[in-house]
Structures are given as structure tokens and as C-alpha cells.
Write a protein that binds this ligand. Sequence first.
Ligand code: CAA
Length: 401
Amino acid sequence: MISFEFTDSQLEVQRMARELAAKKIIPTISEYDRAHKYNPQLLKDMGAADLLGFCLPEKYGGMGMDYISLGLACEELEYGDTSARVVLSVHIGLYSLPVCTWANEAQKEKYLVPCAKGEKIATFGLTEPAAGSDAVGIQTTAVKKGDRYLLNGEKMWISLADVADYFLIFAWTDLDKKKARDHKGLSAFLIERGMPGLTTGTIHGKLGVRAGNTGYIAMTDVEVPAANLVGSEGEGFKIAMFCLDQGRYTVAAGSTGLIRACRDACVKYAHERETFQKPIAEHQLVKQMIAGMEAGYEYSRLLWLKAGWKKNLCEPNTRETSLAKWIACREAEAAAANAVQVHGAHGFSDEYPVERFYRNSKGASIYEGTREIHTLMQADYALGFREDKPLRTHLPIVEQE
Ligand code: CAA
């Protein structure tokens, strides 16, 4: 049965996230964004609002909420600022849900429960200075020495790199397969801040998401216990793709919130601003831009809702998630560009939030699969070159009403 009604608990998550955006993000975001400064209080506020582990099973310290709730929270947080939604993308999407799905019980006890409770923050490290879209092009290696792996390499463009306590890192454990670019030589590891040889740093000078922490992770002979290998040796690529299925979903839902923020800013401004002796809301070309935002919001939302619905059923959803991510990011970029246009010269300055929306919208068409990667994936699905297999490892079972 298809329903367009949200449950009471989904609405409660939406309300909490909306309130957090209104009270804790929107009033101060322009100050942090202008200063290129990450606000450490934001994580505390998100933790206090139970937003750091709500969609993880109660058994592991979460609240057992579903994927639609996760999408709704992302939409509301990105309505405030992209940097807030990015926290959920990495901490929940790219790290906690995959750890919950792929890790063993001892690993979950140590590396998931504190994240679900909001006591620890986590992120994901796949991308490197010379390998983003080309995931098998990464160079990081993990060489086994007795009961440890020695990790060497560098991860780049990692959200929360300088803030996270735990990292899910991808590295080659089979060097012959690395040479042959055979993804079956890649493995995933749980790593902690404080392990000797691990350093992190912040990247400065970003176009957008300036209030978010983005950085690098450098690993020099980091000794990682063999017990921290997630899944089996050689499963790293599949785990990474699984992580991206969750992360891309959060980006899709978040970008939908950004489209709504653009629309609302334009609606307000269009009623206030007058040209040619009438509010600009009455000019047809302004209406056209606002109509585009309205349509983009509605269909982006339907696409992530469909992906979330499939995730709740534990059905394969890479195809739907990729489409939702691609379209929502494309529409967010278009909405933000038009939002600046509707605001005219005012939109060109940081007097209004739309210039921040414009800068923030760009990154999402690059991270978690560029728009080109998603375009090719969608073409390949349509042409019969790509097909989703049944999920080998189930998504965490969520409690549904
Ligand atoms: N879940 C589980 N397994 C999956 C999977 C998924 N979603 N997708 C693929 N697999 C499996 C396949 O079943 C296949 O298994 P077998 O070999 O056993 O048959 C295997 O993985 C290889 O799959 P494909 O042949 O489909 O892989 P591909 O080479 O065609 O993939 C690609 C190419 C789609 C371009 C992929 O490399 C890709 O998505 N690249 C983009 C990477 C990306 O998004 N990077 C951004 C990183 S995050 C970030 O931006 C930074 C940050 O801070 C968060």
C-alpha cells in the first residue's frame, strides 16, 4: 500500500530537526560560514536532540527509527545549513548504518554503541588525493603482520576528519589485486583517533559548506588490530558501495531541503521587493523560477521517499538511491542559482542566505558520486548493463509502526 502520510514518530523526528535548525543553526550560521568556522556546539545540540543515533536499532543504543525519519531529519537540517546535514551523512549514513550491517557483535559494541548514543563521532575514508570517482584507484595499503595490519596512505576530502573519533577506512590487503585493479583485494577497517601514526588536518579555502569541517587523514604505519577488519578480507569494495547507498540517500534528502530553503527565501523576497511598481512576485519570469523550485522540490522528495521506502523493506535500492541523489543535487543547484537571480544584486552579497545556498549546492554534485557517475549509472541501468543484486547483508532492521 502506498501512503503519503507520515507516522507520528516520523513527524516527531521532523519536528525535532526543524526546531534545531530554526533555533540553533539559522540564527548563527552566516557568522560561522563567513568565518569559515566549524561550530563544535552543533554536534552537542544534535546529540542533545537525539539526532546522532535515532535510526539505529535500540539494541545498539539508538532509537529504532526508520529510513524515512532519517530522510526527514536530513531535509530539515539542510534547510538550516548543508554543514549540519553532512554530520548525519557521515556519522549515520556512511559509518553507523554500515557498521551496524557489516561489523561483528564485538565491533558493534565498541565502535557502534557510543556513536548511536552520540558519545563518539565517526566518519568514512575512501577518497584519496588521486582517487575519488575511481574507487579502485585508491593507494592506501593494509599489510598483515601477525595479529595486526599496518596501514599506510592518505584520505582526502573527508567530512569531519578533524573532529571524528572513529574512522571506517578502505585499503588494499591484496597487493597483486591492487596491481590488477581487482576490487576483491580491498578491505575495510575500523580505526580510532589516537592510534600512533594517524594524523588528521582541515582543508581550508572551500567554495561552500564553509561551516563544516572537511579534511584529510594521513596514515603512516598505523598498527590496526586484525580484530578491526570489517567483514572479510576482499569485501571492502562492496562495503564501500553499501556505505555510499546510505550516504547518497542522506545527500538526496538534504538537497531537497536546500531546494525548499531556496523556494521559501524567494517567496518571501518576491512578496517584499517591488519593481516597475509591483511586487516582483507578479512578474512572470520570477514566477517561472519559483515554479521550477516548487517542481524540483516535489519530485526530488518523491525520489528519496521511494528509495527510503525500499530501504525500509531491505530491498536492493542502489538504482533508486543514485537517481534520487543525482536529481535532488541537480535541482538544488538550479534552485540556488535561480534564488540568487530572483534576489538580484542583493542575492550577490551575503546580506541574504541565497549566496550561501548557491555555494553550498555545488559540492553535492561532486561528493558521494559526481553527477557524471550517477548519469552513467542510470544510463547503464536503463541499457541493461547494470543490475542491482539482492542485498548480501541486510540493512539494519528498523522498527516500523
Ligand atoms: N552494494 C553492495 N555491493 C555492490 C554495490 C552496492 N551498492 N554496488 C556494487 N556492488 C558489488 C557488485 O555486485 C560487484 O560484485 P561482484 O564483483 O561480486 O559481481 C562489485 O561490487 C563491483 O560492482 P560494479 O561492477 O558495479 O562496480 P563498478 O566498477 O561498475 O563501479 C562505480 C563503478 C559505479 C563508478 C563506482 O566505483 C562508484 O560508485 N564510484 C564513485 C565513488 C564515490 O561515490 N566516491 C565518493 C566517496 S565519499 C566522499 O565524497 C567524501 C566524504 O567525505 C564522504
